[in-house]
Design a protein around this ligand. Structure first.
Ligand code: GSH
Length: 215
């Protein structure tokens, strides 16, 4: 079997899939589509998935898109068998993607000249407000938990780690939300997560708002 993951080492959704692959210890080839460094990878990626959203997994020539679907495919153990526990994991995965990753990316997009020539302050304010709304909810949900959905590291942590990593850069998590802040520290120390953070260090200068000198 051949397994290839197309993605960018600094991309939050690519991290999500990489964390799961590292957790599962699965052998795969990473096909970096960063900038113009690897044109053959980008051409192969777009041939499989013209929409151009990454990550993309290709297993024996079969393309599999969407990070959560990729994770359930390569690391099924990251979703518990129990129906209620699985619902909590999948729900938090959606919350992290839709309510943390999306507004975080909206702020970033407003600072990318090839997407928006003139940053829209209203759009930025709305995205920051969306983060401020979800942070207290997450803080309450994570209180008393080691990992996002309880005692085990799951799919929800694969999305929690990258979304909170970047969201805190864009709109810092308030000090008083200690459960959320501590979770972010804990999940960034997990070896699979620390590995993606380290692999992305050479790309930090691309962060359009200016990467903070931490993490
Ligand atoms: N729902 C998708 C989202 C993927 C996504 O938005 N990826 C970003 C990179 S982090 C991307 O492809 N950006 C490039 C673009 O939108 O053209 C998933 O979970 O895989």
């Amino acid at each position: 079997m051949t397994l290839e993951l197309f993605g960018h080492p600094f991309s939050s959704y690519t991290w999500k899939a990489l964390i799961a692959l590292y957790e599962a210890g699965t052998a795969f080839t990473f096909r970096n589509i960063a900038g113009n460094e690897y044109p053959e990878n980008e051409a192969a990626f777009l041939a499989y998935w013209p929409v151009g959203k990454f990550p993309l997994l290709v297993e024996d020539g079969v393309p599999i898109m969407e990070s959560s679907i990729i994770i359930e495919h390569v690391a099924p153990d990251l979703v518990p068998a129990d129906r209620d526990a699985a619902r909590e994991v999948r729900m938090l995965d959606r919350v992290f993607d839709n309510n943390v990753m999306t507004p975080m990316q909206a702020v970033v997009a407003e600072h990318l000249p090839f997407i928006t020539e003139t940053p829209d302050p209203n759009r930025i304010a709305r995205a920051r407000a969306a983060l401020d709304k979800v942070y207290p909810w997450l803080d309450a949900r994570l209180a008393g938990r080691r990992w996002a959905a309880g005692d085990s590291f799951t799919l929800a942590d694969c999305s929690g780690a990258p979304s909170l990593f970047y969201a805190d850069w864009v709109q810092p998590i308030p000090e008083e939300l200690s459960a959320l802040k501590e979770y972010r520290v804990r999940v960034l120390a997990r070896p699979s997560v620390a590995r993606v953070v380290d692999e992305a260090r050479p790309y930090r200068h691309f962060f359009p708002l200016g990467a903070p000198d931490r993490d």
